[in-house]
Ligand binder design. Sequence first.
Ligand code: SAM
Length: 335
Amino acid sequence: MEKETFISKEEILQALKENNEKIFERADETRKVFCKDEVHIRGIIAFSNYCCRSCLYCGLRKENKQIFRYRMKPEEIVKVACEIIQNGVKTVVLQSGDDFGFSRKTLVEIINKIKKGNNVAITLSVGEKPFDDYKAFREAGADRFLLKHETSNQSLYGKLHPGQSLKERLKSLEYMKKLGYQIGAGNIIGLPGQSIDDLVNDILFLKEFDVDMAGIGPFIPQKDTPLGNYPAGDLNLTLKFLALGRIVTKNIHLPATTALGTLNPREGQLLGFKAGCNVIMPDFTPEDYRRKYVIYDNKVPVTLKKAKKIIIEAGRKVARDRGDSLKRSDYAKNT
Ligand code: SAM
């Protein structure tokens, strides 16, 4: 059984600074207790790369004139979602830039169509919206919402996200919790200007905010952004962060992210699984659009086939259920 997993702020700081393989063993033990050997697969559709925000690190920022913008048609989105379901994947993740070109009504219709007759979970990752939109999407059947906090350092958040504030983002997450969404936050490791103390606070934030899932990945530069010349986040630091995230939060869903696979295409995501991860998110976006969803450079394509290969390599198996929150028993009925 898992050992006592209380870990102090000082211990987290120390563990992030040193290289001690023991934290990976401990994270793996914790993962085994709370998530067993099952890995949940979530199929992503990046349906629009239009964005009204100016995040300094992201290739989708509205100031970037170098990318070709696209919006998938609602019927295309539903068609790809059906493919995901036919492939036995039980979560569809609808992701886009913060695109107000998709009305509330259109997104509600898409959600309705995907949910109709299917025991599939929908995760939205569409950024900050008016509260009435979150409500309408939830009523239409959206189950989860991923809105990463990006960094828990308020002043750094302000610098990296002109016109946005961490407080407002967290208000959205609080509201979604009230609406009954399973919520996901998460942060970027290695952002220019970020300190090790910030990372400690990110781990504690995930615990205190009581998230159901966390998307955690390294910063990867995108050449047409103001941060295009900064170095990528460090692989080992990201893995240590994931391990500590698992040890501290215990029962959240933790994806081995595509950004991790991009940093080290040979084994980044495999190492993520060994550091406490239990989720992988292959990309089902049609090729022509996928190439244009350039949030960072050299993004590796993670197909369903590749995801399954990594799961087997890690000695795990594909989960059969939807992989709802491990924290809230009321979701058990959906599995
Ligand atoms: N617009 C939605 C939102 O803000 O939640 C979702 C789309 S956004 C492109 C998805 C995530 O990409 C962000 O939460 C951010 O963490 C990540 N991202 C963007 N640029 C990145 C970069 N250069 N390196 C690593 N992650 C990045």
